[in-house]
Design a protein around this ligand. Structure first.
Ligand code: ZN
Length: 311
């Protein structure tokens, strides 16, 4: 039983429109689902991903309107690492982000491009050397060969990464692949978490900070993970039905909130692939409150609305 790398990463935004603009127009991801936070249906839960909304590429945001900027501290993810296809793709992104006035850091010889989203969430692009299938979205200004290809890993802050490593290795089946890096790899995909020394200042989970990281599994094995956690005495949320997948949440010893998410049924439960992200989708139990809920949400334009005219 092996976890399939990162399934999705969920973060917080204080400004849904600016967030949508950055992740779709600038980074070229596809808005694959516009839904509501199931724990607070008055706010959005936005999902950006590859063209078909595959696990391994889903970056999601809970909207807390006007949330003050967050700050990563101990027990929080502070950087999201994405794959691209080649060093030419890194050149493309360095140039594109610069043109779009997104400050870029490119360390000589480092083989990566670093930047932050408008709320200060750090991202890094690296060349995909894994052989895992690229998970890319279409965008009129971004050649397919240069598009983001899904998650490589996350970097978190910890005071004592060895404690996290023990859980990652003994319970989650991770392999230690660096000084403070652990990789979770299944038969289809892999991904890693690396720990960096935590700053002294306490973190603040708010706009531009990561809420949790989900590791992927499949429908058949999902309940067996819960059994394994129970046997290990690890406190979890139990299995929660998130409509698009089932989830188990728990905190790893450094404090990062982990989730185990299965691979079914995905976003096409609501819409055919070509219509993903167009209308607000609600879990069945909220459908009868649609009118009332939609009236409270910030209107968001379809990021692909102008595409035909541009082409
Ligand atoms: Zn999640």
């Amino acid at each position: 039983m092996q976890l399939q790398g990162i399934h999705h990463i969920s973060a917080i935004t204080g400004d849904a429109q600016r967030n949508l603009d950055f992740y779709t127009r600038v980074l070229g991801l596809r808005l694959v689902a516009k839904t509501v936070n199931q724990d607070d249906p008055s706010v959005y839960h936005l999902f950006y991903a590859d063209e078909e909304g595959h696990a391994g590429s889903e970056m999601t945001f809970f909207e807390y309107p006007h949330a003050i900027p967050g700050r990563p501290g101990a027990g929080m993810v502070h950087r999201i690492v994405w794959r691209v296809g080649s060093s030419e793709a890194l050149d493309f992104w360095a140039e594109r982000l610069d043109l779009l006035e997104v400050p870029v850091t490119r360390e000589a010889g480092a083989g990566s491009v670093r930047f932050s989203d408008p709320e200060g969430l750090d991202h890094e692009l690296v060349v995909n050397t894994t052989g895992d299938a690229p998970l890319a979205a279409e965008h009129p200004e971004i050649p397919q060969a240069h598009a983001l290809q899904g998650f490589e890993g996350v970097r978190a802050y910890a005071h004592d990464p060895a404690q996290s490593g023990a859980l990652l290795e003994r319970i989650l089946g991770a392999e230690k692949t660096g000084e403070a890096t652990w990789t979770l790899r299944g038969d289809a995909r892999g991904g890693w978490i690396a720990y960096d020394p935590a700053p002294e200042e306490r973190g603040r989970q708010s706009g531009g900070s990561v809420h949790h990281v989900a590791w992927g599994t499949n429908v058949a094995e999902h309940p067996r993970w819960q059994e394994r956690f129970e046997e290990a005495g690890l406190p979890t949320s139990g299995i929660i039905d998130r409509t698009y997948f089932k989830s188990i949440y728990f905190r790893e010893p450094s404090g990062v909130l982990f989730e185990i998410a299965d691979d079914a049924p995905g976003f096409t439960i609501d819409s055919p692939v070509e219509e993903l992200g167009r209308k607000i989708i609600l879990p069945p139990q909220l459908e009868d409150r649609r009118e009332q809920l939609e009236a409270r949400l910030t209107p968001l334009a379809d990021p692909r609305a102008g595409w035909a005219a541009k082409a």
